[in-house]
Design a protein around this ligand. Structure first.
Ligand SMILES: Cc1cc2nc3c(=O)[nH]c(=O)nc-3n(C[C@H](O)[C@H](O)[C@H](O)COP(=O)(O)OP(=O)(O)OC[C@H]3O[C@@H](n4cnc5c(N)ncnc54)[C@H](O)[C@@H]3O)c2cc1C
Length: 395
């Protein structure tokens, strides 16, 4: 029997599943996701799951807000509950960053984000124990939320299956087959599928897969380290909000009642000493000195964490681009080949927005206008996207 599909999506993370859901909703009959391991086994299952609309670019902000809305309406649309922790998001900035942060609030508010500057008194009410200083800037977005990533990925999976998407786990894709400059199939563990349209949604693994087809994308694996810190037993303080603090270069969110999930600001990667990181073979925990540094910086934000301790740690790879924004495009040289990679540690929140637009792009063969910002050519043209909440050194 011949294996056939209308669209194959390679990679079963949030990007691929969201696109599959939206393809079905656009009426595409035969959509298959091929995942080499289990669904969510890539970055998607390891994310912090934070979604906040506060960004220094209206399109980026709109994408994140659409992510929030997708989660809020998910149960009513698909009948599958997702547990949402709407704690709000606090941005702590320094006096020298005022101009940039005001521009961030303005850009986000253009698309309906509710973030606004608040006083030191108000921020302490929202997060008792937060270190507030003379000249500090405090921004609050009440709609900021986080979810547990793996159950959320699973909810997406159930919705996709319910809509009729075929999801095949444990099925690694090898070559994408091209004839007369058009995709005509994929080789995978099950054999060869005949298919005219393929989307690569394989994050950090996508760059070599595209390179094999002569498509060069500036996506590079970088290691991100996470620490889970336990509140000291003698402290009555808890973390109640999602916080990003530019003084500490850290973001954090609650992890249950007594723990904090803590990571570094984008661009604060582990040095690779110039060596190419193998996404299938790297150290899976944060190193000791990083954790010490994170703990030190954490006390800048929350002094009560001085006697807190590391509960556990892990490391994961980001699929980084030069501006930390994804590449959502199709191949100029191979008809029927689409890709959405390079999310650089931020693709969970935008996955509903991305999935909807990639699905339209694939099904209707017309690129949605607001998606063009994320084209592959922007790097060669020097048109990087500036979106970060606080000044960030992109070079
Ligand atoms: C520690 C950490 C914290 C994060 N926190 C946040 C956050 O708070 N908010 C946010 O928005 N984003 C966050 N992110 C980023 C977010 O998790 C990712 O951008 C997003 O999950 C990427 O989804 P994806 O589907 O594109 O990729 P992935 O989830 O990595 O999925 C790609 C899949 O492709 C599969 N694959 C690879 N090669 C093949 C092949 N040949 N054949 C078949 N399958 C293949 C892989 O097994 C994998 O499952 C975080 C990331 C990390 C690592």
């Amino acid at each position: 029997m011949k294996l056939r599909a209308e669209v194959i999506i390679v990679g079963g993370g949030v990007t691929g599943i969201s696109t599959a859901i939206h393809l079905k909703e656009l009426g595409v009959e035969d959509v298959i996701i091929l995942e080499r391991h289990f669904i969510g086994s890539g970055q998607s299952g390891r994310a912090a799951g934070i979604i906040r609309g506060t960004a220094n670019h209206p399109t980026v902000s709109a994408a994140q807000l659409e992510g929030q809305m997708f989660l809020h309406t998910f149960e009513s649309r698909y009948g599958i509950p997702i547990r949402i922790n709407k704690t709000g998001y606090i941005l702590v900035g320094q006096a020298s960053e005022r101009e940039h942060i005001e521009a961030t609030i303005a850009a986000a508010s253009q698309v309906g984000c509710q973030s606004k500057e608040i006083t030191a008194y108000e921020v302490k009410e929202l997060q008792p124990g937060l270190n507030t200083e003379e000249g500090g800037i405090y921004v609050y977005e009440p709609g900021g939320l986080y979810v547990d990533p793996m159950p959320t990925v699973h909810a997406f999976l159930l919705a996709a299956r319910h809509l009729g998407v075929r999801v095949i786990e444990g099925c690694e894709v090898g070559d994408i087959l091209v004839r007369d400059d058009n995709v005509f199939g994929v080789e995978c563990a099950m054999g060869v599928f005949e298919v005219p349209k393929v989307m690569i949604a394989t994050s950090v693994w996508g760059q070599p897969q595209l390179a094999k087809l002569g498509i060069d994308v500036p996506v590079c694996p970088h290691i991100a380290e996470m620490g889970f810190f336990q509140v000291p037993t003698n402290s009555s303080h808890r973390l109640h909000r999602i916080i990003f603090d530019s003084r500490a270069n850290l973001y954090m969110r609650p992890e249950g009642e007594f723990q904090l999930f803590v990571g570094r600001k984008e661009r604060e990667f582990v040095e690779s000493n110039g060596e190419q990181i193998d996404p299938d073979n790297y150290r899976q925990t944060a190193n000791f000195h990083s954790l010490q540094e994170i703990h030190q910086n954490l006390q800048v934000t929350l002094p009560f964490m001085r006697n807190g301790f590391v509960h556990r740690t892990y490391a994961c790879t980001y699929d980084s681009t030069p501006d930390d924004m994804p590449i959502l495009d199709k191949a100029a040289s191979v008809g029927g080949l689409y890709f959405a990679i390079g999310f650089s540690g931020g693709g969970f929140s935008s996955s509903p927005w991305v999935g909807k637009r990639m699905a339209t792009f694939i099904a209707e063969e017309a690129k949605p206008g607001d998606m063009d910002l994320f084209n592959k050519e922007r790097f060669a043209k020097g048109e990087l996207i500036r979106w970060s909440n606080t000044p960030t050194d992109y070079n």
